[in-house]
Ligand binder design. Sequence first.
Ligand code: SF4
Length: 700
Amino acid sequence: MSGSASPARPALEDRNNKVPIMPKKLIPSVCPYCAVGCGFYLAVEKGRATGVEYMPEHPTGEGSLCPKGNAVLEILNHEERLHYPLRRRGDEWARISWDEALDLVAKGLRKALKAHGGRSLGFLASSRCNNEENYAMQKLARLIGSPNVDNCARLCHSPTVVGLGGSLGTGAMTNNIRDLANATCIFAIGTNLAEAHPVVSRWVQKAKDKGAKIIVADPRITPTSWMSELHLRLKPGSDIELLRGMMKVAVDEGLIDKNFIANRTKGFEELLRSLEGFTVEEASKLTEVPAKDIIKAARIYAKSSSSALLYSMGITQHVCGTDNVRACANLALICGQIGRSGAGIWPMRGQNNVQGTCDVGAIAEFYPGYKRASEPSSLDFFKSAWGASSIPSGPGMTSTEMMDAALDGGISAMYIIGEDPVICDPNTSKTRAALEILDFLVVQDIFLTATAKLADIVLPAAAWAEKDGSYTSMERRVQWVDRAVNPPGEAKEGLWIIREIARRIGIDFNYSSAAEVLQEINRNVPQYKGATRARISKPGGVPWPCPSEDHPGMEILHTERFSTPDGRANIFAVKNVPPAEEPSPEYPILLTTGRIVTHYNGGSMTRRSPSLQELEPELYVEINPEDGKALGIVDGGRILVSSVRGKTVAKAKLTDKVRPGVAFMPFHYQGANLVTSDARDPISKIPEYKMAACKIAPAE
Ligand code: SF4
């Protein structure tokens, strides 16, 4: 099967929400859910998307899609899509024209600007949106004078951006996904990839079929742990101790790569000192993993010819999230398991464009291309690039800091695109209170989300297949998606909306197409220099860094030098930090959260998808049968889960998948984050979603 080229693209302002009606076409596209970035073809007939066809030539998915990817049309054609701009009138919504909506948004933002200055404005960009929209969003924020622009990477992988970035110089996946098949050992810690990133598990399985050893470290029994020959069922929150235990074994048994350490790293001596006196028995006691299993895991990982280390939110979503990531990097570095085919670090990112959104600077710490927002040279570069007399230094407030500031009066207006903090942020009651107290809130989305329901103005946006733009997957693969169908009703492309708001505030963006914005990204983001539209339009696009138009893009990073200023990786001597919250007599159960295969993030799309919703229709909590018996809870019964922050009702699932004293709740449902903790890692500012002390009782 081959795809057909889309018709000539009309300019942004000319096409007036219309693409030509044509006979059945197959338009190449990219999955709007997770960051694996699987490709497929959208079948379009008479202007309507009617089917999904597989794309076997895509380098990552090879034609595979998981249940979410297979169900994308249920969202695109959903009856609840927003069709018109809406204005709040008390508890009611009034349909208004685009002119009125855009004027009101500009007025609301200008009012805050005049009363309190640029730093009183908060901007949430969206990892669901394309690079061009996010680039325009962060540029708008900064030209207005606000450094406060952030995205949902804050909630899932900000420790990767700053932690892995600090260790290796680049906070991104070191190898591509298909290279997993070349690993002889795969060590997956804090990632249930078989559910969260199902297409990745195909490559893990390929490695296993060739004889690779699979080790999984996870407190729960999961479909990923079923793939392993060694499951380290550690105590939640003890990841650093497990990794230190493995490093201690590698050091004591002479399994470290001395040449690699000497030639390519710095900081090893300090790490050695930090391990002095530490024993594998102590690691076993702290992690509750048998010492023999820690030793076995260390030997397999260190001795294998090429070991892959995979991690996700089980590592990042802790108050020590950055140090957890650094500890992962330390293990790979001292064993020399990085910078080769099959050997490296694979952070399993979340949303489809979470990598790209950070790359193009829609994040509090960085201007585009990871130029530090605190560096005068970054400001000079973008003042010149954007023709601006002044832009704010950063770092700006992170997404969760903006909520705190709203409550304190430091943020008075917010512009939120494609994010649903009421559902996704921890401690829902606090988030809701913060958004309610704002002087002005505008939300741009494809559905009337829980956050949109709090807005003064709601702007209906085009979904991914209804607009042009590029997306960057977690393996740094930049892929272009052409608009295949028209948005519903009067919904508009995000770039058009941002441009029109900017114009009304007196900022002339003057972009006529997403392709023009990409050209600006090519100029200003060195990693994307050669990722031109023509090159990234082929299935699979081009991986960054792509320093020139004749460069194929780098599939494997750090082969000869790390991307730190001196080319050496940094080893950080990290020690464990206890969780912010431990079980207590009043709240004796440790509640942890995570993903399941059928839903995605806050569920604003998957919970509207009938085929997915049918599989897992409601919030549930996994509880060990021992705890269930002690608490009088029956399988399938209604339960009340409470923490110091709030309470929620769910269905009980009694299962040995969780240890006694630990409960697991998927976070995709309304109510889940009423109980989760908003304690934050001081470095990356990620909330500690994984550790909340709770009590659970039968619901009346
Ligand atoms: Fe989409 Fe991710 Fe599933 Fe691929 S693995 S089909 S990108 S949700």
